[in-house]
Design a protein around this ligand. Structure first.
Ligand SMILES: Cc1cc2nc3c(=O)[nH]c(=O)nc-3n(C[C@H](O)[C@H](O)[C@H](O)COP(=O)(O)O)c2cc1C
Length: 221
């Protein structure tokens, strides 16, 4: 049976070689290492294409990507996020606050580009194959697009930092997301000087990771 052709071949041929395992182990949430240059349009298109190749429940592709590069919008969002950061800091007991204080939680202005990833629960209509039992599979699908963007960015030498210190209604208004679509992430995206070897939250003593052996269970949880 003939397989219909599409943009896939072109996408694969134009992507630089890096094993998926290399990209997974190099990947970091980037906050402080953005070089200040802006991502080029062709690389941006490649990582968005990678996002758009994600699997999705019922093939609904419930994501959209709002690319934000306007300085005024970046500044407005950064100011809002700074307020959310202060509110979180104020909620912490003194010793946790001291650990949190030096941790940078975003690189909105330095990255020069934000990608707001949205989730549309109405995409695909009423009878979505695979979402009739687990409604969350819709949002899971949009998150897979984010992971594709994140890993392909690493292969391009581009850093991504996920910012979730925001009020959803504020971001909805800022980038004019129509109801019932929801913004689910602001990704700071830009060239980096390097990728840290150790996650920031580990380096700053906020929270260590756990070994794989603690996460793997056999037959029962
Ligand atoms: C859903 C989600 C939300 C996150 N929100 C933030 C955030 O608001 N600010 C931040 O600095 N990092 C954020 N992160 C990044 C995590 O802190 C980071 O992934 C984790 O500490 C592990 O580090 P690594 O990604 O470098 O391996 C977020 C990550 C995820 C998956």
């Amino acid at each position: 049976m003939a397989v219909p052709d599409d943009a896939n071949t072109e996408f694969r041929e134009s992507t630089p070689p890096m094993s998926v395992y290399d990209a997974i182990s190099l990947r970091r949430d980037v906050r402080a290492e953005f070089s200040g240059e802006r991502i080029s349009e062709d690389v941006l298109q490649r990582i968005l294409t990678a996002g758009h190749h994600a699997p999705s429940v019922g093939n609904t592709q419930p994501w959209d990507f709002v690319v934000v590069q306007d300085r005024g919008t970046l500044d407005t969002f950064a100011e809002h996020v700074a307020g959310c950061r202060r509110a979180f800091a104020d909620s912490l007991p003194p010793e946790r606050r001291e650990t949190f204080d030096p941790i940078k939680i975003e690189g909105i202005q330095e990255s020069g580009t934000g990608i707001v990833v949205t989730y549309d629960p109405s995409r695909g209509g009423a009878n979505i194959l695979g979402r009739h039992t687990v409604d969350d599979t819709g949002v899971f699908s949009a998150v897979l697009a984010i992971q594709n963007i994140w890993l392909s960015a690493v292969a391009e030498g581009i850093g991504v930092g996920w910012v979730s210190f925001y009020d959803e209604a504020f971001l909805t208004d800022l980038v004019r997301v129509p109801s019932p679509v929801r913004p689910i992430a602001w990704l700071c995206v830009g060239p980096v000087s390097r990728f840290q070897e150790t996650p920031d939250l580990v380096r700053f003593g906020w929270r260590d990771g756990r070994p794989l052996s603690a996460a793997v269970h056999r037959e029962h949880f």
